[in-house]
Ligand binder design. Structure first.
Ligand SMILES: Nc1ncnc2c1ncn2[C@@H]1O[C@H](COP(=O)(O)OP(=O)(O)OP(=O)(O)O)[C@@H](O)[C@H]1O
Length: 535
């Protein structure tokens, strides 16, 4: 915008920045009083030099008077234009599709690009009303009808014949009385664009997953395998895992939750020839059956209500040439076990809602905290799948059976947490003693959790027994593991010990504990002496 009081330099700068042939000139009240052309400015400079403001240089009569907007052409002129040979040539030469309807919503012309994009021929639509074409299923929702109703440009995404995605932009052409005469729709095919976008997203997903698996593990393996953290038994498992990693043999990892099954599965992938390809994991216990199927095998567009309109590749396909870790495989419903067996045996599967067979090369590593052999005996896990998956079974013991690892693991994670939070906390010997006696039902995951919690919540530099959560202060010796099968006699004495310890903790004295447990006080004292002797 140029004001009459502005300098010539400002006018020149505006001309060069906007690149226009003319500028609007306003008075001090901001009203547009005319247009200044570049040639008028040039002429004035030639005559009067450049040392002036616009006001002194340009006469009002040098400005072009503002004209009213050009008159809208008559309806007849348009229909003549649309039917003309030149117009036809013009619209056929366009790369995007063109679809024109009249004020009644009747198709009057389409170009060849439209026929190419949609596969719909001109003679199938020209002369027909959009509502009838909608009913006949040629298009999903007519943009022309919307434009006619709303009298404004509208853009919509549409699906043609359930496969191609197009963007339709409808623009109204008005008559002088503001009635819509025609709607010109430009139609652009974006199927290819969406496919490319989808591929890029998938690529990024794979890349970031691969990266995060790498970030998390590479240092850790080095640290735990080259330290005294793990016991000989665990070391042997890692050694065996490394030996079989290079082959494609199927591995079944069994062990309680939090013992390190996922870590071993990632380790096998890291040491295998598939390391440059993706590693994916799916917890079969965390999702309902229908979702597991969709996650694992993918689905095609419209396979089920709520499915993404573009369909989705399953992990089985995304993990092509890589590794797929199926955690909690015991929770996989029987009908999906059949589908999985097919992939494991023949490397092929069919996505949900599709008829196309996909071929993949995926190494499946399965894991379970349930006893799969027992499940086979009960008929809840397919025997054939069990044997296919467990060519090499790896069983990881629970932490309470790897007691030698507890203190080194506490030290390892204490150092990590101190580093993470910038502290220098230590455990007292008594605290370490208490924690090493604890059962750790959640295994290493629980241990990490407790250490982190203690580091951030304890004010003192030394973490002592009283800081340890109550539930972690019971000794595994005072606890009867209900999942364990023990000789009856041992189980009874364990239960007896657990009950007596619980009563002593609650009532503090042997007299009161004996009263509640309905035994003599001396029975309790004798039993406690015996435990001391046995330890
Ligand atoms: N030997 C080890 N040394 C140090 N940390 C370990 C070791 N094994 C496992 N961990 C850590 O313990 C945590 C639990 O391990 P992981 O997730 O592998 O257990 P999981 O058996 O797969 O558990 P879930 O069955 O619940 O999935 C992880 O943070 C892992 O990094």
């Amino acid at each position: 915008m140029l004001k009459m009081s502005d300098s010539i330099e400002e006018a020149i700068a505006l001309f060069s920045s906007e690149g226009n042939e003319y500028l609007e000139v306003r008075n001090d009240d901001g009203e547009v009083i005319g247009l200044l052309t570049l040639s008028a400015l040039n002429e004035a400079i030639q005559q009067k030099g450049i040392d002036h403001s616009i006001e002194r240089l340009i006469d009002r009569k040098d400005l072009i008077e503002l004209q009213p907007l050009p008159k809208t052409i008559e309806e007849n002129d348009y229909s003549k234009l649309i039917q003309s040979h030149v117009f036809e040539e013009i619209i056929h030469s366009l790369y995007d599709g063109v679809y024109i309807t009249n004020q009644d919503g009747v198709t009057v012309a389409v170009n060849r690009a439209y026929e190419r994009i949609t596969g719909i021929k001109a003679q199938e639509v020209v002369g027909y009303h959009m509502e009838d074409l909608e009913k006949a299923g040629f298009i999903s929702k007519s943009v022309s009808i919307e434009v006619l109703k709303e009298k404004r440009p509208i853009t919509r995404m549409q699906t043609i014949k359930n496969e191609r995605k197009i963007i339709v932009s409808g623009t109204p052409i008005f008559a002088e009385d503001q009635q819509v005469l025609y709607v010109i729709n430009s139609v652009r095919d974006i199927t290819e664009l969406l496919r490319l976008k989808h591929e890029i997203e998938e690529l990024q997903q794979v890349k970031s997953l691969r990266q995060s698996a790498k970030d998390m593990n590479s240092d850790m393996y080095h640290e735990i395998l080259h330290s005294s953290i793990i016991s000989e038994e665990t070391f042997e498992i890692y050694e065996l895992a490394e030996r079989i990693a290079k082959t494609d043999v199927k591995v079944l990892i069994q062990g309680e939750t939090g013992v390190g099954k996922t870590l071993i599965a990632k380790f096998i992938h890291e040491k295998s020839n598939r390391v440059k390809q993706p590693f994916f994991e799916l917890n079969c216990g965390a999702l309902p059956a229908a979702l597991i199927e969709a996650e694992l095998f993918g689905y095609v567009a419209g396979a089920f209500t709520g499915a993404s309109a573009k369909g989705k590749k399953g992990l089985m396909e995304l993990a092509h040439e890589g590794t797929l870790f199926l955690d909690e495989i015991g929770d996989l419903p029987l009908e999906l076990q059949v589908k999985l067996l097919k992939v494991v045996e023949e490397n092929k599967f069919i996505p949900v809602g599709s008829t196309e067979v996909k071929h993949v090369d995926v190494r499946v590593i399965a894991a379970s905290h349930k006893n799969l052999k027992e499940m086979v005996a009960q008929g809840t896990f397919r025997e054939d799948l069990y044997y296919r998956l467990s060519v090499v079974p790896l069983t990881i013991s629970s932490l309470r059976h790897r007691r030698k690892e507890i203190i080194p693991l506490i030290d390892y994670y204490l150092e990590k947490c101190n580093e993470k939070y910038g502290y220098d906390k230590q455990f007292s010997l008594e605290a370490l003693d208490t924690l090493s006696e604890y059962r750790w039902p959640g295994n290493i995951r629980e241990l990490i959790n407790v250490v982190e919690r203690l580091v951030v919540t304890t004010k003192d530099p030394v973490i002592d027994v009283q800081h340890i959560p109550e539930e972690c202060r019971t000794s595994y010796k005072d606890h009867l593991d209900t999942e364990e099968i023990l000789p009856l006699k041992t189980a009874i004495s364990k239960l007896e010990r657990e009950l007596i310890m619980r009563a002593l903790k609650k009532y503090k004295t042997t007299r009161k504990a004996a009263e509640v447990l309905q035994v003599s006080q001396s029975t309790i004292v004798q039993k406690m002496k015996k435990w001391e002797r046995d330890e």
